[in-house]
Write a protein that binds this ligand. Structure first.
Ligand code: ATP
Ligand code: MG
Length: 664
């Protein structure tokens, strides 16, 4: 936050925005004619925000006890939504679809990395979740107890989450790739009673063990854990602690397949989820039931235009991060969707795997992250072109700003030059999508998340907490409470207030920089902590990265500001070249550094020209695919690299540091 508190040079706006992107993609009339939402939804929600959300809650969610009160904000910043209502999340995600006669609809098409697959209908899911709920109860887990889930992306992971929800035991999913250390600290923080895990999962063509990390975590001391429930996925040998460890197939398969869902209050905690840790120590964000389900269901239906009878939806996120919670488990299942879940990596056994999954299941809605799109750009468009992707009718993006070059590639190569793209801005904390174009309604602008959804109030403020005029940049805030908002940081109310509510009292500070364009549409500019200050100009990481990625030889870019005696900070860029184009450029003797520096100067202006450009093979990313710029800043400033425990691949930093010290 140091940047945020600094006085700004009055001659310069809070964050200067320099990149101009003026391509426009109006909605296709055919798409618009069949879209789930119409433009009037904005004025309806604006006229009666709470009435709008109450209607969504009644329409999309089944309440065992109806609510009468919509929002109670008297305990701000902790909201109560639909406070006197009662419901069960698993009942909403599963049982009611069976009761409505849709038990034979496939809920999950599971694709294992080795090529095994299973289709699970809603009726089967109901029986499996009921068995698991009975088994959890048998193991002593009660309503309110916390359960840690540390699993590969297999159907049992979804079943485990729903079984917890069914008995009212908040789950805390820890990404299966995290270390024993990370798992341990999360188990302690949530005081979990049970860990659900698997012997292992498949990644990059081989069985990768999970259970040893659980054993190691528990050896460090975890007094609240009573049992470890283990799914057999790979069949690999596992160490066993008698009395503590229990096989899933022993206790779940034999349990009764009927179970009465536990009715909980709307504000009953549904889950705790630790943020991906891009900026610092992970925070245990906790979410409750009624408001969260309402907003995830509404946004999933409106933003992805879901038609549950005909669409095949695929969100590539792991359940270990919030997108997997809101847009693999709760949103789609509450809406009765048919979806694909895929266990493995996109390049196993080859770089066409994702596209063969799309072709095999006729995926119609695909939701993924810019990092994945840029990786596919790097590999070359002939790979997706070799598959039939004609089933795709809508594309989504989440996790970072999508660079305009990646946006247009995504639409052209994956979306057949036709599919609308929804660039969805939200956070673990917001629980559900907050800012996004609506398909069939919004004229899309590549690189912009554009408009707050109906019922959502956002703004961009300057240092003095005043809304910036159109055309200027500042800090993104949410100005009204929303149904899926976090209810706190688990066990740390002070950190909750400090982190989100102190910078602009009464408003939620997201930590992201943003600008409003001439139409008032919102463009995300990157983390406020990452904003660079070069000779008094505050520059956005996103814009310079987008300029770099718009060069035909660049696949990915990350920029940071490194201390500089003359300019305050200097822009240092790390770039990954596209495989074919990059090789050709280097073979032709192109001075890549000079070429890219000139390119940035041309696209943005000389002030944004990187001082140094380093060509690297990989960038440090979190498991959810976000670039960890703070580690690159350490490298650029020749410091010891900081906490890298949430990195997807911790050897990346060694490679980058080694590369940096080798003269090129
Ligand atoms: P931590 O808070 O621990 O640093 P994190 O912020 O990476 O972790 P998430 O909650 O997964 O964890 O990420 C939310 C952030 O991702 C947003 O604050 C924003 O910076 C970025 N983001 C997500 N979607 C978009 C988008 N469509 N455009 C731009 N940025 C986005
Ligand atoms: Mg965050």
């Amino acid at each position: 936050m140091a940047q945020a508190a600094e006085p700004t040079n009055p001659e310069h706006p809070d964050i200067e925005n320099l990149l101009t992107e003026d391509r426009r993609f109006p909605p296709d009339p055919e798409f618009a004619a069949q879209a789930n939402v119409h433009p009037e939804v904005y004025s309806w929600a604006a006229a009666d925000r709470l009435g709008f959300w109450a209607d969504q809650a009644r329409e999309l969610i089944t309440w065992s006890t109806p609510f009468s009160e919509v929002l109670d904000w008297s305990g701000a910043p902790v909201a109560r939504w639909f406070g006197d209502g009662k419901l069960n999340a698993a009942y909403n995600a599963v049982d009611r679809h069976v009761e409505a006669g849709n038990g034979d609809r496939v809920a999950l098409h599971f694709e294992g990395e080795p090529g095994d697959s299973r289709a699970i209908t809603y009726a089967e899911l109901q029986r499996e979740v009921s068995r698991a709920a009975n088994a959890l109860t048998e193991l002593g887990v009660g309503t309110g107890d916390r359960v840690a889930i540390y699993m590969p992306l297999v159907p049992e992971a979804v079943v485990a989450m729903l079984a917890c929800a069914r008995i009212g035991a908040p789950h805390s999913v820890v990404f299966g790739g995290f270390s024993a250390e990370a798992l341990h600290s999360r188990i302690l923080d949530a005081e979990a009673k049970l860990v659900i895990t698997a012997d292992g999962g498949y990644r990059r063509g081989s069985a990768s063990a999970l259970k040893p990390a659980v054993d190691e975590a528990l050896e460090k001391g975890a007094p609240t854990i009573e049992h470890v429930l283990v799914v057999r996925r790979t069949g690999q040998d596992v160490a066993w602690t008698e009395g503590r460890d229990v096989w899933w197939h022993d206790v779940v398969d034999s349990a009764s397949d009927t179970h009465a869902p536990v009715e909980v209050e709307s504000e009953h905690p549904l889950f705790i989820l630790y943020t991906s840790g891009t900026t610092g120590k992970p925070k245990g964000i906790f979410h409750t039931t009624g408001g969260y389900l309402t907003q995830t269901a509404f946004t999933h239906r409106a933003v992805f235009d879901l038609k549950p009878e005909t669409d095949v939806y695929w969100c590539t996120a792991d359940i270990g991060w919030v997108t997997g919670h809101s847009y693999v488990v709760y949103g789609p299942l509450v809406n009765g969707a048919t979806q694909v879940i895929y266990e493995g990596t996109p390049d196993t056994p080859d770089k066409g795997r994702w596209w063969s999954v799309v072709e095999k299941y006729k995926v119609s809605i695909l939701y993924t992250a810019p990092t994945a799109i840029r990786t596919c750009m790097k590999w070359g468009e002939e790979i997706p072109a070799a598959h039939d992707l004609s089933s795709i009718r809508l594309l989504g993006s989440v996790g970072e700003s999508i660079n305009p070059a990646a946006w247009t590639w995504y639409r052209r190569v994956i979306g057949g030059d036709k599919a609308p793209i929804v660039d969805t801005w939200w956070q673990t904390e917001t629980g559900a999508i907050m800012i996004s174009p609506l398909p069939g309604v919004t004229t899309a602008k590549p690189g912009s998340a554009q408009v707050p959804l109906p019922g959502i109030a956002a703004d961009v403020l300057d240092d003095d907490a005043q809304p910036v005029p159109n055309g200027s940049g500042g800090y993104l805030v949410l100005t009204e409470p929303w149904p899926a908002m976090l209810r706190g940081i688990w066990g740390d109310e002070e950190r909750f207030r400090d982190t989100y509510w102190s910078r602009f009292p009464g408003r939620y500070f997201a930590g992201d920089g943003a600008k409003k364009d001439e139409d008032g549409d919102i463009w995300l500019l990157g983390r406020v902590d990452d904003v660079m200050n070069v000779s008094g100009h505050r520059l956005s990481t996103t814009e310079i990265e987008s300029a770099l990625v718009s060069h035909p030889i660049v696949a990915e870019a990350a920029v940071v500001g490194a201390n500089d005696e003359t300019t305050g900070q200097a822009v240092v860029a790390f770039v990954i070249l596209r495989t074919e184009e990059g090789d050709a450029a280097q073979a032709s003797g192109m001075d890549v550094q000079a070429e890219l520096r000139t390119h940035v100067a041309k696209e943005i202006g000389p002030i944004a020209k990187p001082r140094r450009i380093l060509v690297v093979q990989e960038l440090p990313k979190t498991r959810s695919g976000k670039i960890m710029r703070r580690l690159l800043r350490d490298v650029a400033e020749h410091r010891v690299v900081g906490d890298a425990t949430t990195l997807a691949d911790s050897s990346v930093m060694d490679l980058i540091t080694a590369g940096l010290n080798t003269p090129s």
